[in-house]
Structure formats: C-alpha cells, structure tokens
Design a protein around this ligand. Sequence first.
Ligand code: AVJ
Length: 359
Amino acid sequence: MTRASTEQRARVEVLRNEADGRPALHESTVRSLHAEVKELPAVWLYDERGSRLYDEITRLPEYYLPRREGEILRARAAAIARRTQARTLIELGAGTAKNIRLLLDGLDTAGALERFVPLDVSEQTLRASAETIAAAYPRVSVEAIVGDFERDLGALPANGRRLIAFLGSTIGNLYPEQRNGFLRTLAAVLARDDAFLVGIDLVKDVARLESAYNDSRGVTELFVRNALTAVNRELGATFDQERFVYEARWDPEHEWMDIGLRARKAHAVSIQHLELDVAFEECEPLRVEISSKFRRERFELEAAKARLQVESWWTDAAGDFAIALVLRDTSAGTKVNSKREETACLQAARSAATSTRSR
Ligand code: AVJ
C-alpha cells in the first residue's frame, strides 16, 4: 500500500475546531466551578498528554473495562454484523481505543462494510487513528469527523445502513439528564435500519470499582491531575497540585464513581482568562468526572423513555461489562401513549360518572 493512496482514503472533516468550541468550554468551566459541588468539565482531561495517559490506563491490571468489552466483542462481532448488515460504522468519541477494531474485523469479514466514520473532539488524535485504520482496512473508506457527540449526531452521514458505536462506557461520563438528552437525539436521527451499539460498565463489588480508579501505579491520579495542568496552561490558572489530594470513590446513591481532587487546606485559585477567583474550603472536593455504572433494567428503562429498544444485551463471562444493541423503537411508543391517554380519559369519565351518581 502506498502512502499516497492511504492518505486519500482517510478524509477528515472539521465540523468544529478548538477555537469554535472555546467560548462554550470557557462558559461551561465557569458554570461548573460555580456548581454546588465544584467541578472541571471532563473535556480538560483529554489533551495530548491526557489521551496518552488514558491509553496507559486501558492497560492497567485494575482497569478491567476494555478487556471485558473486548471479550464480548470478540464473541459477538459476527452476530452483530449479521444482525445489522451495516455498510457504515460510526464511532462516537473515537479517541485511541482499540476495541473498535474488533467490530471492524467482524463487519469487514461479513463483507458489507464500506465506510468507517470516527468522530472525536480532538483533531490530532483523530487524524492519527484515522490514518492507522485506513492503512489496516484497505477496502474501507475512512471519513473522520472532528465534532462533539452531544451536538453533532445530526451531521453524521446518512446513506446506507449504519451502526453507531459508543464504546468504552463513555456514556457513563454523562449525567443522567445529559444521557437522556443524548438518547433522545440519537432516537431522532436513527433510521429504521440503523443500530446503536453501546458499551456499558455494570454495578459491581465496590472494592473492585474503587481499585479500577485507584490503581497501584497511580496512573489514574496523574490522568486526573492533568486536568489542572491543562487549565493552568490554557486558562492561566494557578492550581497547585500540592494543595490537592486525589480521590475516586463510589457514590452508592447515584451509582457512579465520583472522581476528582480535594483541597488539603482552605485556599484560593485564580483563573486569569475567566477573570475568576475560586475559593476552596479545607477538604472541599473538586470533581473532574463521574463514571456511572449501570444495571440492565435501569438502562432498558432509560432507552425506552427515549423511544429506543434494547434488542440484545451481552455480557462477558464474569458479568462485569455489557454491550447493548439498540434499535429505534418502532412498535410501542405511540401505542403506549395513546393507551395511557385512553386510560386517563376513561378514568376521568368514570370519576365524573361516579360523582354524578353520588350526587
Ligand atoms: C473513558 C470515560 C470510560 O470513566 O472509566 C478512566 C475514563 N477515568 N479512569 C471511565 C477514566 C479514570 C473512563 N472513560
């Protein structure tokens, strides 16, 4: 394969570049720092160094997620190819994750796959992985998109059967309300023959969950602390690493890992480009991300609320992780609603009748 033909195949379309996104990111950073629990948007984790550190996390013995997901994909890729007959594979939040290749292998072997569309906010990471995929799958045309999976679902290429993959339990980074919005938007853009494939980390033993985010080599801590480094550099902030301790703990009420830092002592941080001074109390937390863990019933319910239907649910042998194949709900939706309306109006009629009778 010559270099020129490889480059021709990996096209990169920039829907939004870093400069476009900056006002929104600054705004959401200000908002997050004013929240009840102070927070830095998780986007700050994924600069070049952050992406490298995350890559390192995926190889940690404690961080079971990618290996469990890989186990499921290896076992199910052929079935997924058969059921979806996908001609286009779209990957949301593509990054550097390797598991998408198991899906590409399955779809490519089945023979229908024509196109791979990775979407990610980081142009640099995206270009590199698009080139690698283009070189490894010569029959597949790679059309990468620099964009945001919460805002750009409507801009995805739409001809032919599509499989939209959202792997790695990245969906767990969204707050419930955001997740609901995401699923609703997805339901709106999903055609009858399209499918959505989502990797989901499951609720499990607290000790195992906490050790996945408190690895013995401290790579996760470096990854999280890198958000402070990025904000110092990009926003002229004065976060001092020494003044914070790393903390990742299970929140049983919300069933998510609460990941971030905690101020050792009361102090203030100034963020020059936001014209903001942020005061921390002693022990006050600064959240950097949440990582929600799921139960099947809850996920199916959330999907149904967004008019999506979980067609298949596969787990690894240990039951640590799940992959759900999700379709647009073509059957229930309107029927359920009209039934509910009917019941409500019958109830109203009945109670009106009762009150008339008793008068
Ligand atoms: C990439 C969002 C799935 O939540 O497990 C890993 C990020 N943070 N270790 C996760 C992460 C700390 C990861 N996701």
